[in-house]
Ligand binder design. Structure first.
Ligand code: AMP
Ligand code: MG
Length: 425
């Protein structure tokens, strides 16, 4: 993997003081690399982990052609322009089998999941048929076509073909799919370790008295939530005092114990504290003013201590800015470090309920609520005041409205891109 300086030196139009979002994202993606260690875990424990190797299907699922319905297995050739009366020669339940062969004018009563008997290629659902008397069934003309209601051997998963590819984040469907292959243990990448701390002399931790002019440290809790959801192992290092010795010690411990270090606060332009100084001292770190709102200042790079190095995200201090920069920069990078395949979040297009002011030349992330109106149409509205210190705007929102770099003012009814917070569990 190239170093940050190498990646940046290849860019002709790099300006750390006016960096477009897309360029910052690209630089980060080019610099981070996946952890290599792999562990084997029991199938249930593989939920939300990153698959380390391709899984090749050891069997066909299903193993045999079988019936998709309760009904009668027939020979398609027996069904013509008129109703057919067929002799029922056997019954097959799921898990059972029939060794004989079905001849012309014959059929087999069959249940869902039971293997198709030899000679039959079609299943007529029970509800289309009439009793024919003396062990026969009447099939009206035109109720099925040859091949209907039959599931083919290997149509879900074919033996010898890739079932899941490395880098997949294993979701409930994937656990089920692996179970359908009889796989009990799954190779996954080791968990990513992420250390984080807050900087700023005005910060107090929960349990401490809130002195005049101070605020409780909320960023460590949003970071805890976001990192836990991502499946990282977390190292919460608390609030670190704004003095060089404490900061240096915190950065060294973080860097020696984790793959990535996330800090909040202290990276603004003209910031008087020591955070930036210490980041620069310990590594290859660049300080950005990104063309975005909220979240303009951010530090990114690698820091090293005693032969160990870690990827560093110096997020801004404002609580909304922390979340936005995490979701749009750190999340992608951490997933890449976890070994996950391309994990871009899909944006949805929704009509805006009202006009939104926006100037081209920066990306804006407004907090929004998508709701269905009385007319049954989904629209998004903005959650009131959008200050980067107003964490309530995130808490009330169910999405972020992404107003892109070149985008201009939005009129009521215009379609906008939104990133929804909730997905399927
Ligand atoms: P900074 O980026 O350090 O200039 O901080 C910007 C604003 O965010 C200031 O008002 C800080 O008090 C606030 N802030 C910084 N860190 C935190 C934190 N961990 N929790 C809550 N607010 C914070
Ligand atoms: Mg500060």
């Amino acid at each position: 993997m190239p170093s940050l300086s190498e990646v940046i030196s290849c860019l002709s139009d790099y300006d750390p003081n006016a960096l477009p979002v897309a360029q910052a994202q690209r630089i980060i993606r080019d610099v981070v690399s996946p952890v290599e260690a792999v562990e084997k875990v029991a199938l249930r424990s593989a939920l939300d982990r990153v698959l380390a190797h391709d899984i090749i299907s050891p069997i066909n699922v299903p193993q045999h052609d079988n019936s998709a319905m309760d009904g009668y297995a027939v020979r398609g050739a027996d069904l013509g322009a008129d109703a057919a009366t067929l002799q029922i020669i056997a019954t097959i339940h799921a898990g059972g089998s029939f060794d004989g062969e079905v001849g012309a004018g014959e059929c087999v009563r069959i249940m869902t999941g039971a293997p198709m008997p030899k000679g039959c290629d079609t299943v007529v659902p029970q509800e289309f048929t009439q009793a024919g008397g003396e062990g026969r069934v009447v099939i009206p003309a035109g109720v099925v076509k040859t091949g209907d209601n039959r599931r083919l051997r290997g149509e879900d998963l074919e033996a010898g073909k890739p079932a899941l590819s490395a880098g997949k984040i294993l979701r409930p469907a994937d656990l089920g799919l692996l179970a359908s292959l009889g796989i009990a243990e799954v190779p996954v990448r080791r968990r990513l370790r992420v250390a984080f701390f807050s900087t700023g002399d005005e910060l107090r931790s929960i349990g401490e008295p809130l002195d005049a002019g101070c605020v409780y440290d909320s960023n460590r809790y949003t970071l805890y939530g976001m990192l836990s959801r991502l499946g990282c192992e977390i190292v919460d290092m608390g609030v670190v005092k704004d003095d060089p010795a404490s900061l240096e010690e915190a950065f060294r411990i973080a860097c020696e114990s984790a793959d990535a270090v996330i800090t909040s606060g202290g990276v603004s332009v003209g910031e008087a504290d020591y955070t930036k100084q210490m980041m620069a001292k310990l590594g290859d770190v660049t300080f950005w003013t990104i063309g975005m709102r909220p979240g303009r200042p951010m530090a990114f790079g690698k820091i090293s201590s005693n032969g160990r190095s870690a990827c560093l995200f110096g997020l801004p201090g404002n609580p909304v800015a922390v979340m936005v920069t995490f979701y749009f920069f750190a999340r992608d990078a951490l997933l890449r470090m976890m070994g996950a395949q391309e994990a871009r979040l899909p944006l949805m297009r929704v009509a805006s309920q009202s006009a939104i002011r926006k100037k081209p030349g920066r990306t804006e992330y407004q907090r929004g609520i998508v709701a269905v109106g009385e007319d049954g149409v989904q629209r998004v509205r903005i959650t009131g005041a959008q200050g980067s210190g107003i964490l309530r705007s995130m808490s009330e929102a169910n999405c972020i409205v992404v107003l892109h770099h070149d985008q201009d003012r939005v009129e009521a009814g215009d379609m906008v891109d939104v990133l929804l917070f909730e997905g399927l569990v």
